[in-house]
Write a protein of this length. Structure first.
Length: 463
């Protein structure tokens, strides 16, 4: 996993023409990283197909210079972060978003490889996140993210006029420059008169080391270590599903009731024998079933664990977060944005905006680190590879009578940042430098198990 006014909604009910063009803010020119993308005056066009229930976004053209290939976790320190400004538009219809499809193409209509777009993050500036006073990361798509949809029984509630925006990180490693590249991004939605009425499901994100506007990576000491973050749930509701994201040597991420110590959910890393991450499992609690109930004012804790066998500190080698889908008991209780809050100001500044949403006079060099790009499509399931159940189209699956508690969906995508980037992102990529795992010296000294902040080395490694 991660949401216009009455104009479009009324038109849809009345049977308006299938396609309508929606105005959008054109891209603002800004300096870009050398070797990444040339400023070609790319623009944004948004149209609504009321017969197919698609909001189509067309952005481009972009000229992309060839670049070296990246390592597994991307975002190496060669200037690549987010290469476009924030493209903004007003969401044009009332209803629920339930997924997305995307493609890259050239001006002549020919297909451009998907891996050229390292990640795209979409932000909802009109709603904050549940646990952080930061703009909602509505969805994320990356080079390995396929088309995504969730059952028509659930969806992300959207209102006409919602202030949305997205930015893109390009990485063209095709071996040659690409000119005139366009992103065509279709957002799938359901009208307000959808029957049966979908359950409101919004992105949920919990990170053991999140710094809004900064990075969420941290050091991994030798041996087994754990890091946690404790929070108070602001409203009543239930979690429909959870996924996780970790880096190499990651073991698991779990959600714990901080008041009684009870483990509520756990997702486990899939690793090679050397510790290289292959993916992270997912946990679904059910749409119409009880779900995982959480209570307002109650304290919870998210904990991430790593098993580092190298004998040396892995600098900024870790991430550990859970992303999922959350349905509130009452959507009206969702926390409101506090634009005077310093955290919100930092987040907006990372998007080159002031707290009111106006562009900053002097844009920052990048969009900051609060991307949560592994929350793909706001989703309930995200893994290290960027596949948030993206290979499974659940659009025709009626889950209204099914309690999916305990059902293993590790091979499916349920979109979150539906799934977040996502986040997400995401997936996406990380707005930080990912270093290759440090290698132990020929005769490594006995590992020193030290604790810093909430990182707690354990007495014995857990397997």
């Amino acid at each position: 996993m991660s949401l216009f006014r009455t104009l479009a909604a009324a038109a849809l009910v009345a049977g308006a023409a299938p396609l309508a063009t929606v105005s959008a803010t054109p891209a603002e020119a800004r300096p870009v990283s050398p070797g990444v993308v040339a400023d070609t005056g790319a623009t944004l066009k948004v149209t609504v197909d009321s017969s197919k229930h698609i909001v189509r976004i067309l952005a481009g053209p972009f000229d992309l210079q060839n670049m070296p290939a990246m390592d597994d976790h991307g975002m190496m320190d060669h200037g690549m972060t987010h290469d476009t400004p924030l493209y903004r538009f007003a969401w044009p219809v009332e209803g629920w978003m339930r997924g997305f499809e995307w493609r890259l193409k050239a001006a002549d209509g020919s297909v451009v490889p998907r891996e050229v777009m390292h990640h795209m993050i979409m932000v909802n500036l009109s709603r904050r996140q549940l646990l952080y006073n930061a703009a909602e990361r509505l969805l994320g798509a990356g080079s390995e993210t396929e088309d995504i949809s969730v059952p028509k029984t659930i969806g992300v509630p959207m209102q006409p006029g919602a202030d949305l925006g997205f930015y893109i990180a390009w990485h063209n490693s095709t071996g040659h420059d690409l000119k005139g590249v366009y992103l065509e991004f279709d957002m799938l939605w359901m009208p307000k008169n959808q029957a049966p009425r979908p359950v409101n499901a919004l992105p949920l994100y919990m990170d053991v080391n999140l710094t809004v506007g900064g990075t969420n990576t941290y050091d991994v000491p030798p041996g087994h270590s754990e890091k946690s973050w404790e929070f108070t749930m602001p409203i009543n509701g239930k979690i429909l599903g959870l996924g996780g994201h970790m880096h190499d040597y990651g073991a698991w991420v779990k959600l714990v009731d901080a008041e009684n110590g009870k483990e509520l959910a756990r997702v486990t890393a899939k690793r090679t024998k050397e510790g290289k991450i292959l993916g992270v499992s997912r946990k679904l609690f059910g749409v119409s079933g009880e779900g995982l109930k959480v209570k307002a004012g109650h304290r919870y804790r998210v904990v991430g664990a790593y098993d580092n066998p190298t004998g040396v500190l892995q600098k900024n080698g870790a991430m550990a977060h859970m992303s999922g889908l959350f349905t509130p008991d009452n959507l009206a209780d969702w926390p409101a944005i506090d634009r005077s809050d310093s955290t919100f100001k930092v987040d907006m500044a990372s998007l080159n905006l002031d707290s009111t949403g106006a562009p900053l006079a002097r844009p920052a060099a990048t969009h900051g680190g609060h991307d949560m790009e592994h929350m793909h499509h706001g989703a309930a399931a995200s893994d290290s590879t960027g596949h948030d159940m993206a290979d499974h189209d659940m659009s025709d699956h009626d889950m209204s009578g099914h309690d999916m508690s305990g059902h293993d969906m590790s091979g499916h995508e349920m979109s979150g940042q539906a799934a977040s980037d996502s986040a997400a992102a995401a997936h996406g990529a990380h707005p930080h430098t990912h270093q290759a795992p440090a290698k132990a010296p020929a005769k490594a000294p006995a590992p020193k198990r030290t604790a810093k902040d909430t990182t707690k080395p354990a007495a014995k490694p857990s397997r």
